[in-house]
Design a protein around this ligand. Structure first.
Ligand code: SAM
Length: 213
């Protein structure tokens, strides 16, 4: 996600360790303690500015959420959304880390569902391993989700969607829901991401799938 360089972002992030958790490897197996409850945990890899994960956390207060994002300049917007709320968003935490290290932060079965929204498409074949639905990433997700754990994926990118349908099926996962135009009769539970709003406004179809290990 492109964003202006924000030299102040790192300081703001560092001053809110209660939201953007430093050293998340120390919390592995202890996320229920972090949230102070035993509610299910849903995570989003590649959260960007956090519109989806903050919206989901506010709408579903009996679920814990964690947004994972590589860059200060975008995750800081998610942090600002939390700070704008009078009492924060108690069921949301953020991690400024690489999703490829996910198994260092969560025990097997500690995460109940994984969201991928508008993941970078990496269109060149030689970059396929970087796609967040490449089999090497599916293996990592399987290491933190329980048996029958779910992945929910949305994208505007048809080629990435087709690639993901194949990659997920070949991995042996069960596709439980597929939509080729999510916004044609948009479900009331749908929470739009930044990219989703941008592309759907241009009239582009949004593709969505749910899959189970
Ligand atoms: N999910 C948001 C949305 O739908 O509006 C952002 C989409 S943006 C195209 C993809 C985001 O994923 C970027 O902010 C990027 O930095 C992040 N990202 C890409 N690879 C990542 C990785 N391996 N770990 C964590 N974040 C990643």
């Amino acid at each position: 996600m492109r964003s202006r360089f924000k030299p102040w972002a790192a300081d703001l992030i560092d001053s809110h360790p209660e939201v953007v958790i430093p050293n998340p490897e120390e919390k592995k197996g202890k996320w229920q303690e972090v949230f102070g409850n035993k509610n299910p945990l849903h995570i989003e890899a590649g959260t960007g500015k956090g519109r989806f994960i903050t919206g989901m956390a506010k709408a579903n207060q009996d679920i814990n959420y964690i947004g994972i994002e590589l860059f200060d300049s975008v995750i800081v917007t998610a942090l600002e959304t939390v700070l704008e709320e009078e009492n924060g968003i108690p069921n949301l935490r953020l991690l400024k880390v690489n999703a490829k290290k996910i198994a260092e932060y969560f025990e097997k079965g500690e995460v109940d569902r994984l969201y991928l929204n508008f993941s970078d498409p990496w269109p060149k074949t030689r970059h396929a391993k970087r796609r967040l639905t490449h089999e090497s990433f599916l293996k990592l997700y399987q290491a933190v989700l329980p048996e029958k754990g779910e992945i929910h994926f949305k994208t505007d990118n048809r080629k990435l969607f087709e690639y993901s349908l194949t990659s997920i099926s070949e991995y042996g996962m069960l596709l439980t829901d597929v939509s080729l135009d999510l916004h044609d009769n948009e479900p009331e539970w749908n929470i739009m991401t930044e990219y989703e709003e941008k592309f759907s406004k241009k009239g582009q179809p949004i593709y969505r799938l749910e899959a189970q290990f």
